[in-house]
Write a protein that binds this ligand. Structure first.
Ligand SMILES: *[C@@H]1O[C@H](CO)[C@@H](O)[C@H](O)[C@H]1NC(C)=O
Ligand SMILES: *[C@@H]1O[C@H](CO)[C@@H](O)[C@H](O)[C@H]1NC(C)=O
Ligand SMILES: *[C@@H]1O[C@H](CO)[C@@H](O)[C@H](O)[C@H]1NC(C)=O
Ligand SMILES: *[C@@H]1O[C@H](CO)[C@@H](O)[C@H](O)[C@H]1NC(C)=O
Ligand SMILES: *[C@@H]1O[C@H](CO)[C@@H](O)[C@H](O)[C@H]1NC(C)=O
Ligand SMILES: *[C@@H]1O[C@H](CO)[C@@H](O)[C@H](O)[C@H]1NC(C)=O
Ligand SMILES: *[C@@H]1O[C@H](CO)[C@@H](O)[C@H](O)[C@H]1NC(C)=O
Length: 334
């Protein structure tokens, strides 16, 4: 006791006590400010303070794209909270190809926005309206069309900002780097969702419509350059969604195909090779085809299956459910 009473007090002059008090108040102030949203507090304050907003709600698509873009290119996906494990799985595969820095996650709800940016600051953005119970009010209203057409609207906005955009659904896994396959300087690149096996040297033109007069281009993976042609295609897609009289139930793929058909003579289109970008309806359903073409696959799409658990099991069974054993390779961690 005597020892403690003796030295410290006399060392701390009245002025330094006041100084310490002020510093404490300042620190407390910072904590209270950031504390409005607990997820928003990072141990590394220098990385958080390098963002132009104090709440991720105010983070705009322009700010987010500027942050994420490398080589004028962004890789975007759109995710709601239940699909975070699929986002993580996809991100591990993207990281293995060293393209994760360009990823921008379009969060469909606030939980996803705060979760992703909490673990990986700056890589998620939310463009209102958010997906929540209120969104159900939009069904059947004019606003709902805006919600269904959010994918082409977000892609168009990124093109207007001048970026190349690679869009992916998150039920995909990259096995190789897709960028070398984006040959030439076409406006847009996409994949066929039809399961019919094509010759290796198939045409890169838009496929002919089938007997029903329709094509099955997938809206799941699209690469766009910021050209007038690509912007025209996105505008047509939005218009087709808004004009559509049939109930699309949130499925924007038929409208994408109508837009491709109607703009085909004005837009420079490029169909990617089937063997490199196979539909899940071929890759998962014809094992002998998958065996014969092994080593040629670039992105695998886990479609042609219904249900979250079934999708997850199918990835797991084929060794592409990476999140259990390789979570540390993801920028989001566990
Ligand atoms: C904080 O973040 C900055 C920028 O991301 C980084 O350069 C720095 O190394 C980080 N510091 C620590 C202690 O993690
Ligand atoms: C940047 O993109 C161009 C094509 O748009 C590509 O040829 C080039 O290799 C890329 N550079 C880097 C560093 O990724
Ligand atoms: C739909 O989107 C357009 C363009 O973004 C906007 O001007 C309009 O107000 C939106 N309508 C509704 C009902 O949200
Ligand atoms: C693909 O190759 C076959 C046989 O080698 C040839 O007959 C066919 O014309 C080629 N198709 C295209 C689109 O180049
Ligand atoms: C567009 O669709 C119509 C009707 O199915 C078809 O006749 C036409 O060939 C298609 N055009 C292109 C460029 O695919
Ligand atoms: C595909 O390859 C796997 C592993 O090599 C083998 O077990 C399986 O029998 C093959 N399936 C077919 C249909 O060829
Ligand atoms: C599966 O793929 C093989 C080629 O590997 C093909 O000969 C066969 O017709 C395909 N089966 C079906 C049902 O499409």
């Amino acid at each position: 006791m005597a020892q403690l009473d003796h030295h410290p007090i006399s060392l701390l002059s009245r002025n330094s006590l006041i100084f310490l008090l002020l510093v404490s108040l300042a620190i407390l102030g910072v904590f209270l400010h950031w504390g409005r949203s607990p997820l928003f507090w990072f141990p590394n304050t220098s990385s958080s303070s390098s963002f132009p907003v104090s709440d991720w709600r105010d983070y705009s698509l322009a700010q987010a794209a500027k942050f994420a873009a490398k080589n004028e290119t962004v890789i975007v996906c759109a995710v709601s909270y239940p699909y975070l494990p699929f986002l993580n799985n996809w991100l591990i595969s993207v990281s293995r190809q060293k393209h994760q820095d360009k990823v921008l996650v379009i969060a469909e709800d606030y939980a996803t926005l705060y979760k992703v940016n909490g673990k990986w600051p700056g890589h998620a953005v939310l463009i209102p309206p958010a997906l929540d119970s209120q969104t159900e009010q939009y069904f059947g209203s004019k606003g709902f069309f805006n919600f269904t057409s959010r994918r082409p609207r977000h892609l168009l906005q990124l093109l207007e900002l001048g970026y190349n955009v690679m869009y992916n659904d998150v039920d995909m896994v990259w096995l190789q780097d897709p960028f070398p396959y984006l040959e030439g300087s076409h406006d847009t690149y996409f994949t066929d969702d039809r399961t019919t096996i094509k010759p290796l040297n198939h045409s890169h033109d838009l496929p002919l419509p089938d007997r029903n007069g329709v094509t099955y281009i997938c809206s799941c993976m699209i690469f766009l350059r910021p050209t007038n042609g690509a912007k025209l295609l996105m505008k047509k897609w939005i218009q087709e969604l808004q004009d559509s009289s049939i109930d699309l139930e949130g499925n924007d793929q038929p409208a994408f195909n109508w837009a491709l058909n109607k703009t085909a003579h004005k837009v420079d289109l490029y169909l990617l090779p089937q063997v490199a970008f196979p539909t899940g309806g071929l890759y998962f359903k014809n094992e002998s085809w998958a065996n014969e073409t092994k080593g040629k696959h670039v992105i695998i799409h886990n479609n042609y299956i219904i249900g979250y658990d079934n999708k997850k099991r199918r990835f797991h069974d084929i060794g592409l459910w990476l999140v259990d054993d390789h979570a540390l390779e993801s920028p989001l961690g566990k």
